[in-house]
Ligand binder design. Structure first.
Ligand code: TXA
Ligand code: MG
Length: 387
């Protein structure tokens, strides 16, 4: 969603092969740094020249430094932080990252165990799927199985920007990311540090807002530090978020696009481009939070958490086909028709990472009943079984 005022920069980029995302405009007038922003480059405001006179006129949050030398320092430091943060992502760590809406809690979208840690840190229920952040078109193709024309139009106009598209997912997208749903939520954030992070890490990054479940969404690195500081491996400080409310979410799972969450891009702007979209069934004024809608994945096969060995034998003698979903292999010695063990090593994160995939396996096995062994002591596992 970059602007026409920067046309000459786009032209220069094309003619001379300049990568605007990794370019900077250093200037002493708000129009200079706005130009950077409109072109998808990064702006740094210096206080030398006219800088200190006009600093109060800055419309968007830009880094402000004393002089050119400090601007150079900032660029070098940015490169270092991105290298460090991307290394952590690649190694399966969790990095809080800035976007134009709110800070996100990031992990490699293709690493289920890393994603499980995001759920854990946020204390987020596993039936509430995550948004995957991308930096370019190939990332989109890696995640989405089908991209309807209207979704393409929205992406072209509003990305990078506060818009999330829910699209049919590719099989490779781990089930923990989508909470077992056949669709995946995708957005390209408008924040250069994060776009660079995703490119450098060479993987899309999941990111719920970086607040504990039930807390306010963080719009500065300091908020993240206060709420989650000790639990994340790295906080990428990208200054204050300029939008401050979450992205608008539009689903393309049905024939007519549907609004799942109002947010940073107004509904009217979206409808102007692609025509009418469905609002959530409940009411026009109060669309429900997607996480609250009854569209979570739940197996079609009956499940029971509360059963004894006697029950098992009674059902077995009735000729029922019975499956077991077991944490570490407990009760697996009984003659089940199919067994899924979440983590033979007893690792909770591993178990969370494989939960939905295991449920899918069991659901497809033609069973009459799925029995679950839960671990009563663990709050995490209590949450795993919800939904
Ligand atoms: O602005 C934003 O969107 C921020 C920044 C960090 O990008 N992220 C954010 O994530 O708000 P989160 O996790 O707080 O909200 C994501 C919402 C949840 O309500 C979730 O239910 C919904 O997106 N969602 C994710 N995947 C979905 C799917 N496949 N189908 C329907 N809803 C989905
Ligand atoms: Mg949130």
């Amino acid at each position: 969603m970059y602007q026409a005022q920067a046309l000459f920069l786009f032209q220069a980029a094309q003619e001379f092969g300049i990568d605007l995302l990794s370019s900077y405009v250093i200037g002493d007038h708000p129009a200079d740094v706005e130009l950077a922003r409109n072109a998808g480059a990064s702006g740094i405001y210096v206080l030398t020249g006219h800088g200190s006179k006009h600093v109060g006129e800055l419309v968007h949050p830009f880094p402000v430094v004393a002089n050119l030398e400090k601007a150079a320092d900032l660029i070098l430091k940015e490169n270092e932080t991105i290298s460090e943060a991307s290394k952590i992502i690649r190694q399966g760590g969790v990095v809080a990252f800035p976007t134009e809406t709110v800070y996100g809690l990031g992990a490699d979208a293709f690493n289920p165990v890393a994603v499980a840690r995001v759920f854990e840190i946020k204390a987020r229920p596993h039936f509430d799927p995550l948004i995957v952040h991308i930096a370019n078109q190939p990332d989109l193709e890696r995640l989405a199985d089908r991209i309807p024309e209207k979704a393409r139009q929205l992406a072209e106009k509003f990305w990078p920007g506060p818009l999330t598209l829910v699209l049919p997912k590719k099989d490779q997208v781990p089930e923990i990311v989508t909470s077992g749903l056949p669709s995946v939520a995708i957005r390209m954030p408008r924040h250069n540090l994060t776009l660079k992070l995703i490119l450098k890490a060479q993987t899309p990054i999941v990111g719920p807002s970086a607040n504990p479940f039930g807390y306010l969404s963080p719009t500065t690195a300091q908020h993240v530090k206060e709420q989650l500081g000790s639990k994340v491996d790295y906080i990428l400080d990208g200054g204050p978020c300029e939008v401050g409310v979450e992205s608008t979410i539009i689903s393309f799972v049905e024939d007519v696009p549907r609004l799942l969450r109002p947010g940073g891009i107004a509904l009217e702007e979206i409808e102007t481009l692609i025509g009418p979209i469905n609002l959530s069934p409940s009411s026009k004024n109060k669309p429900e939070a997607p996480g609250m809608l009854p569209r979570h994945y739940a197996p079609r096969t009956r499940m029971s958490l509360d059963w004894s060995e006697e029950d098992f034998w009674r059902w077995k003698n009735q000729g029922k086909r019975i499956g077991l979903l077991s944490f570490q292999g407990e009760r697996a010695s009984l003659p089940f028709d199919q067994i899924e063990i979440l983590s033979p090593q007893g690792d909770l994160r591993q178990a969370a990472a494989s939960l939905f995939a295991s449920l899918h396996h069991l659901d497809k096995a033609g069973l009459d009943l799925i029995l679950v062994r839960k671990i009563p002591e663990s709050a995490l596992v209590e949450r795993l079984w919800i939904g």
